[in-house]
Ligand binder design. Structure first.
Ligand SMILES: Nc1nc2c(ncn2[C@@H]2O[C@H](COP(=O)(O)OP(=O)(O)OP(=O)(O)O)[C@@H](O)[C@H]2O)c(=O)[nH]1
Ligand SMILES: [Mg+2]
Length: 334
């Protein structure tokens, strides 16, 4: 069974994943869970490369909920302090990072200051987390989204997702983080959800070198469903707490080498202690946000307006908005 839960709709992602949808009885329960049942498996099997996410009534409902939410002004409490990103979050190591700059792109800062980011503040960016079973994908996401850590292993069945709200440069922004199953038997289901990812996070266990070797294949699979040039790729070593400093440095050396090959940004994290977890996702959110704003500005600068019987007026953005916006900065290189 493939299950997708939406924490902004209902009671968290991990616990109760085996339960059917709940009847909303409390304000909390208004956030109903979305359960994608067996029919998704059939849909997933039908979906070939390049197909959209498998459609089912529940999946469609999930999408609709997402769209409805995206079209509404942000509801609920303000974002927590550690979700407010005012300055560009730093990389983990300059040896493997996607951008060495320390500030938001000038056009992005200007647009944010003028509250001129279009629909970016209402939209979502999709990040998918892939990697071998047991490497700690779910733990990483749960540490960030719920600030919990569970010693017990509960394999992810199919996929699951969380949505985290941020305020970046004064603009509301949401990241949809998809947790996928590492078990081989769920791979065909999970891979149906790779599509439309702006960020691909390939996770491996720092204590198990084989899981690092497998990241290449995981990334290949995820990129097959996406436009490689427009995806931010991260390589994340998990369970940092289990290694001595020397062992960690050795594992990181190998990982940085691979990250450079994959044009990925490298991070070491621990879901158990929380080390680097918030910093990592802040970096992910900031890069995705910046790219989204630049793309919105680019679209706007090229938009056309039809007047009367067909005269076309090209709407140019103000020079400060359009200058140098041909391409979102920092895709896959420093
Ligand atoms: N010490 C330590 N253990 C961790 C850490 N992260 C995860 N674990 C443990 O590793 C095991 C697997 O973690 P999960 O997060 O379920 O792994 P997963 O990658 O989601 O596994 P699948 O869902 O099967 O793909 C669990 O027992 C966790 O408690 C960490 O940072 N430190
Ligand atoms: Mg999992």
């Amino acid at each position: 069974m493939v299950i997708a839960s939406a924490p902004w709709l209902g009671g968290g992602g991990g616990e109760g994943r085996q339960q059917p949808s709940q009847v909303p009885t409390t304000p909390d329960a208004l956030r109903s869970r979305v359960v994608i049942v067996a029919m998704v498996i059939a849909a997933a099997n039908r979906a070939g490369p390049g197909c959209a996410e498998p459609e089912s009534s529940a999946a469609a409902a999930a999408k609709l909920s997402g769209r409805m939410r995206a079209s509404l002004p942000p509801l609920g409490p303000p974002v927590s302090r550690d979700r407010i990103i005012a300055s560009f979050p730093k990389w983990y190591t300059p040896d493997a990072c996607l951008q060495l700059k320390e500030h938001f792109h000038g056009q992005v800062s200007a647009a944010c200051q003028r509250r001129n980011t279009g629909t970016v503040g209402l939209g979502l960016s999709k990040a998918v987390v892939v990697g071998d079973l047991h490497v700690g994908k779910t733990s990483l996401i749960h540490r960030f989204c719920k600030n919990v850590f569970d010693h017990d292993y509960k394999a992810t069945i199919g996929v699951d997702f969380e949505i985290e709200r941020f305020e970046i440069a004064g603009t509301p922004y949401s990241l949809q983080i998809w947790d996928t199953a590492g078990q081989e038997k769920f791979k065909c289901i999970a891979s149906a959800y790779y599509r439309g990812a702006q960020v691909i996070i390939t996770a491996f266990d720092l204590t198990d070198v084989q899981t690092l070797e497998h990241t290449r294949q995981w990334l290949e699979d995820a990129l097959r469903e996406n436009e490689p040039a427009s995806c931010f790729i991260f390589l994340v070593g998990t369970k940092k707490d289990l290694l001595s400093r020397a062992a960690c440095e050795q594992a990181e050396g190998e990982a940085v080498h691979l990250a450079n090959e994959l044009q990925a940004e490298y991070w070491s994290v621990s879901a158990k202690t929380g080390e680097n977890v918030t910093a990592f996702f802040s970096r992910v959110a900031a890069l995705a946000f910046e790219q989204s704003v630049l793309q919105a500005l680019e679209r706007r600068s090229g938009c056309r307006l039809q007047v009367g019987d067909g005269d076309l007026i090209r709407m140019e953005g103000s020079p400060s908005e359009t200058q140098g916006s041909e391409r979102p900065s920092g895709l896959g290189c420093c």
